[in-house]
Design a protein around this ligand. Sequence first.
Ligand SMILES: CCCCCCC/C=C/C(=O)SCCNC(=O)CCNC(=O)[C@H](O)C(C)(C)COP(=O)(O)OP(=O)(O)OC[C@H]1O[C@@H](n2cnc3c(N)ncnc32)[C@H](O)[C@@H]1OP(=O)(O)O
Length: 720
Amino acid sequence: MTSYKTIKDVAVITIENPPVNALSLAVREGILDGLSRASKDDTVCAIVIIGGGRTFPAGADISEFANGKAFTKPLPQIIEKIESTQKPIVCAIHGTAFGGGLEVALGCHYRIASTRSKVGLPEVNLGILPGAGGTQRLPRLIGVWLAAEMICSGKPIEAVDADAKGILDDLVEISSLESVQTEYDKLLDAAITLALRVKNHSLEGKRVSQLKVEPVSDFFYEQLALQISKNARGMNAPLQALKAVKASAMFPFKEGMQREQQILGRLFVSSQAKALQHIFFAERQTMKIPGIDMKKGVPIKFVGVIGAGMMGSGIAINFIKKGIPVVLIDAEQEFLDRGVKAIEDYFKGRVKKGKTTRFLADRSLGYLRPSLHYEDLSNVDLVIEAVFENLDVKKSVLKHLDEICKPQTILCTNTSTLDIDQIASATNRPDRVIGTHFFSPANVMRLMENVAGSKTSERTIASVMQISKTISKIPVLVGNCFGFIGNRMLFPYNNQANALLQEGAFPHDVDKVLYDFGFPMGLFQMSDLAGNDIGLHIRKAQGIVDPSQRDPNERYVSTTADKLCEMKRFGVKSSKGWYSYAKGSRKGRPDKEVMDLIVENSKAEGFVRRNISAKEIEERCLYALINEGFKCLEEGMAYKPGDIDIIWIYGYGFPPQKGGPMHYADAVGLKKIYDSILQYGKADPKTSAWKPSKLLEQLASSGKKLAKYWTKKLKAQSNL
Ligand SMILES: CCCCCCC/C=C/C(=O)SCCNC(=O)CCNC(=O)[C@H](O)C(C)(C)COP(=O)(O)OP(=O)(O)OC[C@H]1O[C@@H](n2cnc3c(N)ncnc32)[C@H](O)[C@@H]1OP(=O)(O)O
């Protein structure tokens, strides 16, 4: 896990724990061992600590938090040892020196970094704080203001910025074209040169823990706390981290460390830390699917997109940004021009905001080829249709593509609800047809539901999952059912919200509860933002808007929603929907016309309106959602509970500090949820969503947790 060698009388401790050189117990032991050898060897005049491969440690080993290993030879002790060593220690940073990695660097006496590297303390994103002395050393090195900003936001910074802030002693210039090996060699060279230069220098002023902190006024802490409460609403760790930073300015180092450790101890066992760490791993697990070998994917070098509307142009942006050429097709010149302009405007905006350079923007735009002719797609490796959400339209587009594209081309359909098998049946290559459900705006939202039809091949799945990653998406493979996972679960959740209106609540009552739970907005606000006509379109496709076509045994909850569309209350775009909006504003106000309509409909549908508690609103919306999630798992439509959590966090704003609906279910207790579902179902027998999932029933009665049960099940499957 570490190696030790001497070069020109400098001891070099190399951390070798790929892929990110996380500071596991074995690494910590290796560092201790290296320090001890170097200290005892009289020929060694200085020490260099460097990461092998592509990076300096990207942090403590997060998997050791749950199994308690982090407490054996804990990182703060190792860093203390580094700092108190009598020979100068130079740390050489490349890649990502994050969390514990940066804290190790802060314990060293000198820090140099490649200009390509990044440093940061992202621990708050995992529900903890930089608890290996980071909250005490960084303010001593760069001042409370800058340190608090870095620690509480968790955002990494570029090496050049870190140098300007005073974190680094020197930079090693590495161009973007140089290989990781060249970067490593140049960095090591520079580190040894520096070590030899300072070998006889006093370490006075080089031990960061001994530096003084300039105090700042309480006003600063108050302002930052306000900003955090707004930007990281509902998250504990950033505010707690701020307390620890404040301690650095109030107490000597030793006492400050004690405060840091006390706060860390509390955060460590918090439900938020568990939820956020679950999300960290779940996000990285979406590519691991039983029975799919991701290496079987074929490279995608040339892409086609059909439809230059908002969705199609957003999709195209993802590819050209990564240097993958795109042919963008539309039937009408006017629509094509509009799509191209939207793409150009997007890049112009990025240049204006300083997010990219004119050169890079132009380079990306150079990869875009607008066209009115399907024939231009004859050579693409993959094509995504983003035309109107209608089965017949999509089938005819895919049929046409099947005739024109080369036989190996993968045909993707961007749909949010339609049946992939039916769409694939229009082609002679159903094995090469797959759903790619981008979320809107497609160039912003990172989630992608990739939908496997019954005939989609392993190679197609692997290729599409890989290319999704390449364009920086978080791809989740899901099964082919109505609404896939995200929208399928949205229906019962949304239905409960509408049912609550029938029984006595108003939109702002429901929205407040969901906002307080941690969603960025409530369901009615979300519907107004997306456009209420979308829901109506889906209900029409389901055939439930016309009362004569409805199942009489199923409760219909959308009468008010339907009437809103009749009244042209489509939402923000028409300045009125569930709420009313001042022109150009997205902030809705409760509207008397809507409230009267809701009351009128309740009466007409035979409901006696009552006061509904916040607890009931929360439980009914969330438990209906969770029950559907269990059904997706038991039917094999979702492959892992964590996949559902990722979909809901990245696609629908489920609060990450609650870990996603399935993690949250385990935290609440499956028995409690199951019993509540039975109770709500008894009071509302005409809502089939209250029929409990068999899987939920089984786990609730056996007292098992979903996460543990599923991990065991997957392990058993992979051993078969
Ligand atoms: C008394 C106890 C004291 C404890 C003190 C604790 C104080 C310190 C705390 C910390 O340091 S917490 C960790 C802080 N660091 C981070 O949060 C960084 C996390 N990693 C990343 O952001 C990214 O991985 C990356 C470094 C930017 C690299 O991104 P890339 O896209 O290239 O790779 P990934 O797919 O994300 O990761 C590859 C592989 O590595 C695993 N992994 C990454 N970081 C860690 C880690 N810190 N610990 C354990 N494992 C890590 C990741 O899960 C992937 O694994 P596989 O999916 O391939 O199995």
